[in-house]
Design a protein around this ligand. Structure first.
Ligand code: NAD
Length: 486
């Protein structure tokens, strides 16, 4: 049992109310709890961050880099012990929990490594005088994260914010908070009190945090509707925001794709990885009519290999959904599709677990002959179900992808890489992957984020550091303008 605590100004605090964390694979099993922070505690955490800001931001960069590198080491050392717990509290399989923790450690060391170059001052000197352009930290940051990849999604905000000299109040999701709270607790030794605070609880805690007037920047990952609320709250004080929101990523299969089992397994992993609960998961598949039937047959064979069981059972290749609300939402989307005449093919192997009916399990399904106006095609299903849709003209698919409200990522599947890179330029999405659509598609050196309603701003890459700084220009210009304007 892990009973998490709030971290306010370097001290651990409880609250009168707690939220229990039950296993998604067997909801009778309680794994621990976290405090449901009061508004007074949220205020105290923000005030601690504001008080710690002047000292932390004026430290030499090397010291902040050192703290972040130490954090990378702490997380790295926790991986082996905490992977099973992360799978138990979240539902996802062991391999996915390991990715969550490894990426979190990696993003800390990567961000520390690029910070000197990215944050360096620029100076322009010419006959007209001298201009200094500097990046300075913004102030206390609110980092708000969801449950699907609770650790790495938190560190994608914490790492750039902290190394750039900001202080932080983190608000994890109450649906998978235990491993993350253990990590934040372990990291306190490397940061002065008040630099890295954490308040746990439900949506109200997030609301109170983002509307606090001392918060200057919000880094948020979650659903579009919540993102809209966060942006509205931010508007009051013109707070800076980075929003990573939902996606409805298409896979565009081209007519030259080899339909080998290996390729089909890669597409299945893109759609059913983390039980379909990945923001940039593959959520609809467009296939040329000419190869549609052969594709469906080969794809269903790959999906049928999926083994569904508790996330911490090494035999499972897909775990349960994270929570009852999510499962209910996905089941409704599938039932609506069935009622409209779509064909639902339920596949996969079920592990013999006594607790099946007490967990949020669902078998993977492939939907064919779906009306393109169905929610399973137009919305983010965030579960283990994917529609396969026919197309005749590639231009028509591009139009459908570009007119969608979502624009997180897309993938193109083909034997012709050059063709894919050209086609990718026509897609209105933040990322386009070629022949992959999983975590291996990501490159932390490249920006990641959404177009349209899928988000605002970018994480990863030097852009992630820019997002946690404010530009300032200091100049002495007494002569005529320098060469560019003269
Ligand atoms: P959610 O939007 O319900 O909650 C996310 C976080 O916001 C939680 O910590 C929640 O407590 C908090 N919150 C809720 N209401 C708030 C408010 N009014 N003000 C401030 N904070 C508030 O999302 P979820 O159900 O936890 O996660 C699933 C969603 O997250 C999906 O839509 C998924 O696509 C998206 N997501 C996006 C990315 C990305 O990088 N683009 C990554 C992972 C998940």
């Amino acid at each position: 049992m892990i009973n998490g605590k709030l971290i306010i100004n370097g001290r651990e605090e409880a609250s009168d109310r707690t939220i229990e964390v039950a296993s998604p694979a067997d909801t009778r099993v309680v794994l621990g709890s976290v405090p449901d922070a009061t508004s007074v505690q949220v205020d105290a955490a923000v005030e601690a961050a504001a008080t710690a800001f002047p000292e932390w931001s004026s430290r030499p960069l090397e010291e902040r880099q050192g703290a972040l590198l130490a954090a990378a080491g702490v997380i790295h050392d926790m991986i082996e012990e905490y992977v099973p717990l992360l799978s138990r509290e979240n539902g996802k399989i062991l391999e996915e929990s390991k990715i969550d923790l490894e990426f979190a450690s990696g993003i800390c060391s990567y961000t520390a490594g690029i910070s000197a170059e990215t944050l360096a001052d620029q100076e322009i000197r010419d006959t007209g005088g001298r201009t200094l352009i500097r990046r300075r930290p913004i102030g206390p940051v609110a980092a708000i994260t969801p449950w699907n990849f609770p650790v790495v999604l938190s560190f994608m905000k914490l790492a750039p914010a902290l190394v750039a000299g900001n202080t932080v109040v983190l608000k994890p999701s109450e649906n998978s908070p235990l491993v993350l709270t253990e990590i934040i607790r372990a990291l306190q030794q490397h940061f002065p009190p008040g630099v890295l605070n954490m308040v746990t609880g439900g949506d109200t805690v997030g609301e109170t945090l983002v509307s606090h007037p001392l918060i200057r920047k919000i880094g948020f990952t979650g659903g579009i509707d919540t993102g809209r609320k966060v942006m509205t709250a931010a508007a009051q004080d013109i707070k800076r925001v980075t929003l990573e929101l939902g996606g409805n990523d298409p896979a565009i299969v081209l007519d030259d794709l080899d339909l080998s089992p290996g390729t089909m397994r890669r597409i299945a992993k893109g759609a059913f990885g983390t039980t379909g609960q990945v923001c940039f998961g593959l959520k609809r598949i467009y296939v040329p009519t000419r190869i549609h039937d052969r594709f469906v047959e080969a794809f269903c064979s790959a999906v049928d290999e999926i083994v569904v069981g508790p996330g911490d059972d090494p035999r499972s290749t897909m775990g349960p959904l994270n929570n009852a609300q999510q499962k209910g939402m996905v089941e409704k989307i599938v039932e609506d599709a069935r009622a409209s005449g779509a064909i639902i093919t339920t596949l996969g192997q079920r592990l013999d677990t006594a607790a099946w009916e007490h967990g949020h399990f669902m078998m993977p399904s492939v939907i064919t002959e779906a009306d393109p106006r169905l929610a399973v095609v137009e919305e983010e299903q965030f579960g283990p179900v994917v529609p396969v849709l026919r197309y005749d003209e590639l231009d028509e698919v591009i139009r459908l992808v570009n007119q969608s409200q979502y624009g997180l990522a897309a993938s193109i599947w083909t034997s012709d890489e050059e063709r894919a890179f050209l086609l990718g330029r026509r897609l209105d999405t933040g990322s386009v992957f070629v022949n992959s659509h999983t975590f291996t598609s990501l490159d932390p050196r490249a920006p990641f984020g959404g177009a349209k309603r899928s988000g605002l701003g970018r994480e990863f890459s030097p852009d992630s550091l820019h997002a946690y700084t404010e530009l300032q220009t200091i100049s002495r210009r007494t002569g005529p303008p320098g060469p560019p304007l003269s």
